[in-house]
Design a protein around this ligand. Structure first.
Ligand code: ZN
Length: 167
């Protein structure tokens, strides 16, 4: 049986797939309150040429606009990848009640892996963190993306080093 958290994560995964299709690192996020989606987003760093255009930031901004409020009390943020330091602190600032994430991020995860900004009690708010929901599906999509990228890089690199003999 799939839980409500898994169902919403499935939705976040579809947003991540949209990022994948647009050649962005596949991360998707949504903000849910009382069973309703208030905001959603997927990574758009390349398209917007904006290093801060992470899925979580876009989803938080959309939800705050929808609520016409700077606080997201009673809201759950679902994201397919463990938030980075910037997003983890945005979650603290927005007073998100619950954070549910999928894949762990050993390189930049700031909700328990590399750092733990989300649960650092020195900040004046901490979301309740539920990690690793649909971990395999979320990390699988990321792995697929980076494998595809590496293949493209290798192909272009090898053609530079050893051009075809008839070129
Ligand atoms: Zn981030």
């Amino acid at each position: 049986m799939t839980t409500a958290h898994e169902r919403w994560m499935g939705y976040a995964l579809r947003l991540a797939q949209q990022a994948f299709d647009e050649d962005e690192v596949p991360v998707g996020a949504l903000v849910v309150k009382d069973g309703q989606i208030l905001g959603k987003g997927y990574n758009q760093i390349e398209r917007l040429k904006d290093p801060t255009a992470h899925a979580e930031i876009l989803a938080i901004t959309a939800a705050a606009n929808a609520l016409e409020s700077k606080v997201l009390e009673g809201c759950t943020l679902y994201v397919t990848l463990e938030p980075c330091p910037m997003c983890a602190y945005a979650i603290v600032l927005a007073r998100v009640t619950t954070l549910v994430f999928g894949a762990y991020d050993p390189k930049a995860g700031a909700c328990g892996t590399l750092l733990n900004i989300a649960e650092d009690v020195r900040f004046n708010h901490n979301p309740h963190v539920i990690p690793g929901v649909q971990d395999a599906e979320c990390s699988g999509l990321l792995k697929e993306f980076f494998q595809k990228k590496r293949k493209v890089t290798q192909l272009s690199a090898s053609s530079e080093i050893s051009p075809e003999p008839f070129e």
